[in-house]
Design a protein around this ligand. Structure first.
Ligand code: NAP
Length: 320
């Protein structure tokens, strides 16, 4: 395989870093379903990407044709604000080690994944790619965002210095099988599913959610995310990072109502307006990706139904 884009040979070796995570496991499902026969997978235990020497040895030994960086220390608001230096330092180390090793091996294709938190807190909505670095970040996850911004710049610098067609993508909020259902997690959808499911099982009369329910959120099913990643690797080349999303948002109240209905919870929903709402709206402008020819396929309703089924079937395995 050369250093240009185009349909990937299904025998190409593809290293999916972070393959046990929400995004990584969806990538494994997608690439297997598409007939890729040579996936390189190493768990965090087998290869700690903060270990620079081990990372370099692994990449130089295996010389992947493609790398997708879905490995990161990820957390909700609470973890991010409590351990900012861990989020900054570990994510910088993971990226720098992996990308430096990939340069040493001249890996022809690499996709770096960031997140929509890289954008300024008050970026105009929907958020376009060029909003990057036009204003201050949301303070609760600025350390994580700075690490991800550094990753985008490292990819751009490699393109300039080595001419490798590496790219970066910034997904919106993701959900799906393998999500984090932990009680302390601030992830919207798994939190709602868990709360309504528990209320149904215990027969609780009402469910109380934080805030007013009016903020709007964009949600992308992680299987659509995985399909966008493969699409980008095969069909997209740009110096700029690219947004991945649905381009559509819903109020939290609408999402909660849909979850209650799908779970089969007949009780009441209450809103604790003494609790913070968070950003009123966070929607990515996905016109670049759409113009390139990709669009999501999984409707929010179908995606929630599938996630509820997964949660019920994996109560023990679900990260609680
Ligand atoms: N989830 C979302 O809504 C969302 C939205 C936008 C962007 N993203 C981006 O997508 C990427 C993946 O996120 P995710 O939600 O899939 O996170 P996740 O479920 O927490 O998965 C992270 C993966 O990285 C691995 N990992 C962490 N530290 C590592 C290390 N030092 N060495 C090797 N592996 C390590 C984890 O392994 P262990 O679990 O064993 O530590 C896990 O496999 C991140 O860049 C994130 O910013 C996610």
């Amino acid at each position: 395989m050369g250093g240009s884009i185009g349909v990937l040979d299904r025998t190409s070796s593809v290293y999916i870093a972070g393959h046990t995570g929400l995004v990584g496991s969806a990538l494994v499902r997608k690439f297997r379903a598409e007939g890729f026969t040579n996936l390189l997978l190493r768990s965090h235990n087998e290869l700690d990407l903060t270990d620079r020497a081990a990372t370099r040895d692994f990449i130089l030994d295996t010389r992947p044709d493609v790398i997708i960086d879905a490995a990161a220390r990820v957390g909700g608001i609470m973890a991010n604000s409590r351990y900012p230096v861990d989020f900054l330092s570990e994510n910088l180390q993971i990226q720098v080690n992996l990308l430096d090793a990939a340069v040493a091996a001249r890996v022809p294709r690499l996709l770096f994944l960031g997140s929509s938190c890289i954008y300024p807190k008050f970026a105009p909505q929907p958020i376009r790619e060029e909003a990057l670095l036009t204003g201050p970040l949301e303070q609760t996850n600025d350390a994580y965002a700075i690490a991800k911004i550094a990753g985008i710049f490292q990819v751009q610098a490699v393109r300039r210095q080595y001419g490798l067609p590496w790219i970066s993508a910034m997904p919106t909020n993701l959900y799906g099988p393998g999500d984090n259902f932990a009680k302390s997690s601030s992830h919207l959808l798994p939190g709602l599913i868990r709360r309504y499911e528990e209320a149904k099982v215990t027969g609780a009369r009402s469910v109380t959610n934080w805030g007013t329910g009016t903020p709007r959120r964009e949600l992308l099913h992680v299987d659509d995310m995985a399909s966008a990643c493969l699409f980008l690797l095969e069909c997209f080349d740009s110096d700029s990072h690219v947004n991945i999303g649905t381009g559509v948002d819903h109020s939290i109240a609408e999402i909660a109502e849909m979850v209650a209905e799908i779970v089969g919870y007949a009780g009441e929903t209450q809103w604790d307006t003494t609790k913070p709402d968070g950003t009123p709206r966070k929607l990515l402008d996905t016109s670049i990706l759409r113009r390139a020819g990709w669009r999501p396929r999984i409707t929010l309703r179908d995606g929630i139904e599938a996630t509820v089924r997964w949660y019920r079937a994996n109560l023990d395995a679900a990260r609680q």
